[in-house]
Design a protein around this ligand. Structure first.
Ligand SMILES: [Zn+2]
Length: 184
């Protein structure tokens, strides 16, 4: 049997790296380091982080904490720093039921992809396998808020095979693959 912690740790490390990168993109000095004329002032002058990004980070943190608390009686204090919440979760993952752990892994992995997209890194989607044909053929279409499989040889409307996937579907496929790799 594979070590249940491997997949959780791998997903947690990926999400932590991506949220750190997202935070870095927000605190990088802006061109000229002066307010750009015509740009609206930030809602929170004390924070360099875009309020929309901050909301996203707070919501992601809360989602994972709530999911974990709903599935275990024992939860040590939650670290306030966003990236640290993933290692906090990974430490508890082995104590979760298999179903709760798998659901948690998918949440963590989906959040990793969400952080990458928020940081404008669409290549994160290209590195994921298509949930339908298993090829590295996904492209992110921002207007659709979905990834589309470009491999129409396998996945197409004509073949009645799905070719449009949301981040949750891509994350579930990715953690399945991680588990498979950990088991072999
Ligand atoms: Zn496909």
């Amino acid at each position: 049997m594979s070590n249940a912690g491997d997949t959780a740790s791998a997903a947690a490390a990926y999400a932590a790296a991506n949220v750190r990168h997202l935070a870095d993109t927000q605190t990088r000095p802006r061109t000229g380091s002066v307010l750009v004329p015509g740009r609206t002032r930030r809602a929170n002058p004390g924070s360099l982080i875009d309020p929309g990004i901050l909301d996203h980070m707070v919501a992601s943190h809360a989602e994972l904490v709530e999911h974990t608390r709903a599935n275990t009686d024992m939860t040590p204090p939650v670290p306030p720093e966003h990236a640290a919440v993933y290692s906090w979760w990974a430490q508890q993952a082995p104590q979760l039921s298999e179903g709760a752990r798998r659901a948690g892994e998918a949440i963590v992995y989906r959040q990793a992809l969400e952080h990458a997209l928020r940081a404008d890194d669409i290549t994160a989607i290209r590195r994921e396998r298509c949930p339908s044909c298993d090829c590295l053929s996904l492209r992110w279409v921002a207007a659709m808020r979905a990834a589309v499989c470009m491999n129409t040889k396998y996945d197409s409307d004509e073949r009645a095979r799905p070719r449009r996937f949301n981040l949750q579907q891509i994350a579930e496929k990715a953690v399945e693959d991680l588990m498979f790799r950990a088991a072999t």
